[in-house]
Design a protein around this ligand. Structure first.
Ligand SMILES: *Cc1c(COP(=O)(O)O)cnc(C)c1O
Length: 432
């Protein structure tokens, strides 16, 4: 084997040296080289439209110019890079701008905690804090939830395959049906409340409820505004904290900065990561209502809480939110996206597709097997798009939010061609 780095798409190095746990490089088998905005290029110069956006870490696109400029200037001036959780000018600028551009205009009051730099770090800190403040152990979570890969987060995650990876019992959590899980005619909140109020239910009062307002990994399941409001009321009635995991749906993915703005609830704790750093740089925050901020200094920590490079780009990213323009653009593109998806569903009735989602987090659910083949066909045509759901039955469309109309339409054309291709080959492939 030739290990020299060549301008070829030979993936031998990864197969040879990298753990078999690698996954996205199997779905998108090429070697990437550069990226800009909503486009990516591989080493052979083939271009791809990105309908994946780093699983939501690239809401502002690849290498956004204003953030890049700030980052380069900071590096050139020997701006401090790593500070654990020491005070730094870059962190101060982020805290000031986050309050000014995000919290104050929304009438929200949260303390900002910097856990380690990943989504699962934020989730762990939220669960820990809820248990500490209430003195209770159980956390209520939902069917098809996804909250991360460390043990605490995995215990509140639904997926059987991911849970099995823990290798130990995942406890102190109780899974309840998400909105719509028991069919359109069953009110899952009434079901949940029946467990809470009955002292014979076998469920001890949870410290908190952790919820995604829209389940991305779980198959693009949207909780209704009424359901989320009702859930928030149940939390208040029973003295449980409401934790919204906005790791993927935050930073504008569903149209507003926080995904819960559409229903007006105010969570006790909010988890954010993925796009909060703006440039795809690792960063996470946990937002805590001031009265819950009962941590002792250092009681929860982490070496990489002071990623100042991320603070620089995160601060710049918040300027997208200084006016309503960005949110309005997301809404307009989201409506366009929904129209196009409805058209695809209508054009191929034999696939029995169902369009789902809101804002720039949409997709189409199919019978198992179809979505994966569409994703493969899309990749061959230059479109990066993943699947979600327990059986990978949903194509998941989440372009960078800054994508323009032309880019969106170009990607959707590739998607239509891919669906057509799968339909044309459906009978032949299925007969194998
Ligand atoms: C991605 C994700 C996480 C985990 O984030 P990591 O950075 O991968 O640890 C947690 N919750 C949700 C909703 C996510 O989408």
């Amino acid at each position: 084997m030739n290990h020299a780095i060549r301008k070829s798409n030979d993936l031998g190095t990864f197969e040879h040296y990298e753990s078999s746990v690698r996954s996205y490089c199997r779905s998108f088998p090429t070697k990437f080289h550069r990226a800009s905005g909503y486009q990516m290029w591989d080493v052979e110069g083939k271009s791809y439209i990105d309908f994946f956006a780093g699983a939501g870490a690239l809401n502002y696109g690849h290498n956004p110019p204003e953030m890049k400029k700030k980052l380069i200037n900071y590096l050139m001036e020997d701006g401090i890079s790593h500070t654990l959780d020491m005070a730094s000018e870059a962190k101060e600028a982020f805290l000031v701008q986050f309050n000014k551009a995000i919290l104050k205009p929304r009438g929200l009051n949260y303390k900002v905690m910097f856990p380690g730099p990943t989504g699962t770090n934020s989730v762990e800190s939220a669960l820990k804090l809820a248990r500490k403040v209430t003195g209770r152990q159980t956390i209520m979570s939902f069917t098809n939830a996804f909250h991360g890969m460390t043990l605490g987060a995995l215990a509140v995650t639904g997926n059987k395959f991911k849970r099995k990876g823990a290798g130990v019992p995942l406890n102190h959590a109780v899974s309840m049906p998400y909105d719509g899980y028991m069919g359109a005619n069953t009110d899952t909140l009434a079901y949940i409340e029946s467990y809470l109020k009955d002292s014979g239910s076998g469920i001890s009062l949870p410290a908190a409820v952790i919820v995604e307002t829209l389940q991305g990994e779980g198959g693009i399941n949207v909780a209704s505004n009424e359901w989320l409001t009702g859930l928030s009321e149940i939390c208040k009635r029973y003295g449980m904290f409401l934790i919204v995991d906005d790791v993927q749906m935050g930073c504008g993915r569903t149209g507003s900065f926080f995904s819960f703005e559409r229903c007006g609830i105010v969570p006790d704790i909010v988890c954010m990561s993925k796009s909060i750093g703006g440039y795809g740089l690792p960063m996470a925050i946990t937002l805590i209502k001031p009265e819950l901020d009962q941590w002792s200094p250092g009681e929860h920590n982490g070496t990489f809480r002071g990623n100042n490079l991320a603070f620089i780009t995160a601060t710049e990213a918040l300027s997208y939110w200084e006016t309503n323009q960005f949110a309005e653009d997301i809404a307009a593109k989201g409506a366009l996206l929904r129209n196009e998806l409805d058209e695809i569903v209508a054009k191929f009735p034999e696939l029995k597709g169902e369009a789902r989602g809101i804002g720039m987090m949409q997709g189409i659910a199919f019978e198992p097997g179809i979505a994966e083949r569409i994703s493969i066909a899309a990749f061959e045509r230059g479109l990066i798009m993943e699947t979600s759901g327990t059986d990978s039955e949903v194509i998941k469309i989440m372009p960078p939010l800054m994508i323009d109309r032309d880019g969106l339409m170009e990607g959707l054309l590739l998607l239509k061609n891919s669906v057509e291709n799968v339909v044309d080959n459906k009978n032949t492939v299925l007969s194998h």
